[in-house]
Ligand binder design. Sequence first.
Ligand code: DX5
Ligand code: ZN
Length: 221
Amino acid sequence: MTKKLSVSMMCADLFTLDDCIRRLEQQHIEYLHMDVMDGKFVNNYCLGTDFIRQVKARTSIPLDIHLMVEQPERVLDWFEFGENDFVSVHVESTNHLQRSLEQIHARGAKVMAALNPATPICMIENILDDIDGVLVMTVNPGFAGQKMVPSTLKKTRQLRAFLHERGYSHIQIEVDGNVSFENAPKMAAAGADIFVCGTSSVFHGSAAMEENIAKIRSLID
Ligand code: DX5
Ligand code: ZN
């Protein structure tokens, strides 16, 4: 499966966002990662519904909406989902996970189950038929600029084996958090397919965005 980049919009310079999105289109970026935070599931607020609606209206790059909110089933109607969009809900955030996943599919989007670093893989055992991907948080969610939780590399490897053993190799694995030039190759070797790229790579201050994109692609392919 070809590796894909999901560029984290919470890490973009909002004052030059239009130019940033044009440049990402020219680089054929596969997804725009939209971190949505409610201040309850994580101790932060981020990227509201109007922001996401405006971005969606201005680009054809599919969205990768990461719902870090309590009871995500409450907010699904606040968003317009496209058939190429991904929406991820945290298994820790609702008592009605399978229903939430079904509701996202019913709205036409693809769906991922997100796992915090301490959440065991077995939590997705009974929803494998309901998901198109698994989002492995490689940091504790809520903030950019953090360091990868080391155990999440082994967890990504274990997840890839878990899916293969059960005949679900088609389910994609996304890694989110400190996807750096050092960590990305290890995450790719562990079985990750989609890489959330923020301050650790695409928006890293060491080079222009285009150079960073070429570098991260060369490291994961
Ligand atoms: C965590 C966020 C961040 C961000 C990526 O909730 O999702 O992981 O997108 O930023 P860096 O590369 O700084 O971890
Ligand atoms: Zn995220």
